[in-house]
Design a protein around this ligand. Structure first.
Ligand code: CA
Length: 263
């Protein structure tokens, strides 16, 4: 939790699903069935950053904290978040540039701005650049939390997506069901999370380190074969009795789920 090595997983594939699916995690969280809502905080002030990190983690969110604008933008573009909290005054890129970069890349997750300056111009500029809300420092954590929940709820309403698909494979996010060619496939919770990640980022080679952090919430340890074992089981269930094979090992790099419809 907190600092994150973000060298992995640049978004390159043309055929990957985008944020309409991501928002859905919020809606499931709001229904109280899952707590996988992921928030990015970009804040250089150590005290404020730590305070936000701790508060949001205690509130049940998965949180990444970075302390400068360049890392923040990189993180926002290479990881999947349900919401970003951006400070305006940041070393490297300022908050405006980070926001502009996020929107230019077509990422539509809600963005909440933090600033010490209560200037109307700043507020207008932020909203014009595509921020969803604005909070002036100092603020009470309860107020921030209320804004975060409102933004997530709004995002959830904006999305009607319930399924992730590749070829004849279908993952039903709300009912937690998977079918291939109409046949029901029973998965464990980890296998489901693994498949969800592969489908969300289909066409992208996912390094083991990224899979470890996203599905197992752990740092990659080369001594463990937990990912290989889970992947093998998943492939037996998904691919053994079906064509075309969807999951592929890329030697020395990781795993990819390839959608033949997008080839
Ligand atoms: Ca700052």
């Amino acid at each position: 939790m907190g600092w994150l090595d973000c060298a992995d997983g640049a978004p390159t594939a043309a055929c990957r699903p985008h944020y309409k699916f991501v928002i859905l995690r919020s809606s499931r969280w709001l229904r109280g069935t899952i707590s996988l809502v992921k928030i990015l905080i970009v804040e250089d002030e150590p005290k404020t950053g730590d305070y936000l990190l701790q508060g949001l983690v205690e509130a049940g969110f998965v949180v990444d904290l970075v302390r400068d604008g360049s890392t923040g933008l990189h993180q926002a573009l290479t990881e999947v978040y349900d919401l970003a909290i951006l400070d305006v005054m940041l070393p490297g890129l300022d908050g405006w540039s980070v926001l502009r970069g996020i929107r230019t890349a077509g990422k539509d997750m809600p963005v909440l701005f933090l600033t010490a300056r209560d200037h109307v111009d700043d507020r207008v500029k932020g909203l014009e650049l595509g921020a969803d809300d604005y909070l002036v420092k100092p603020f009470a954590f309860s107020e921030l939390l209320a804004r975060v929940r409102t933004l997530l709820r709004r995002g959830a309403k904006a999305s009607a997506a319930e399924f992730l698909r590749a070829a004849d494979l279908e993952l039903d996010l709300l009912r937690r069901r998977v079918t291939r060619a109409g046949k029901r496939i029973d998965l464990t919770a980890k296998e489901f999370a693994l498949l969800e990640l592969l489908l969300r980022r289909q066409g992208e080679v996912l390094p083991r380190s990224l899979i470890a952090s996203q599905v197992w919430d752990m740092n990659f340890d080369s001594d463990t074969n937990v990912i290989e074992v889970a992947m093998r089981r998943l492939r037996v269930k998904l691919d053994d009795s079906f064509e075309p094979k969807l999951i592929r090992t890329v030697r020395g790099m990781g795993y990819v789920l390839e959608n033949p419809d997008c080839a």
